[in-house]
Design a protein around this ligand. Structure first.
Ligand code: 5GP
Length: 122
């Protein structure tokens, strides 16, 4: 995937407050909100506030502070959503083969039930 940031992607619009979201957590560098089409009882997205398309884009250009903030937010959100003890899965799709729909880096957090095997199709 070409890491050219689209300012009109849906998460950019959420960050600008143009589209509402069900906010779970926010700090200087990170926003977390529930997925609009949940695939599990708990399905929350954690995104950097900066304009990053993919994990490679983020890890290449982001500051150490931004990098740490995103990871810390994942742990915080797992706790806030009550899945830290019961277990959860994190996932970040990148590019065409992973079916990344929104070209702003996001980490999915799934939980609230037994999640089954890691990948369902071959
Ligand atoms: P991807 O396939 O890019 O990894 O996942 C994109 C995710 O964003 C999907 O799970 C989809 O349901 C979610 N999503 C798309 N549009 C919106 C929206 O407007 N609000 C929220 N909260 N989630 C969205």
């Amino acid at each position: 995937m070409a890491d050219v940031y689209d300012d009109d992607n849906i998460f950019a619009r959420i960050l600008r407050g143009e589209i509402p979201c069900k906010k779970v957590y926010e700090d200087t560098h990170t926003l977390a909100f529930d997925d609009i089409n949940p695939q599990a009882p708990i399905h929350t997205l954690v995104i950097p506030k900066g304009k990053y398309v993919s994990m490679k884009d983020f890890t290449t250009r982001a500051s150490d502070t931004e990098l740490a903030a995103l990871l810390r937010a994942v742990g915080k959100v797992a706790e806030l959503k009550g899945v830290h003890e019961s277990g959860y899965r994190i996932l970040a799709n990148a590019g065409v083969n992973a079916h990344q729909e929104v070209p702003h880096l996001h980490i999915h957090i799934f939980g609230g039930r037994a999640l089954g095997s890691m990948l369902t199709s071959k």
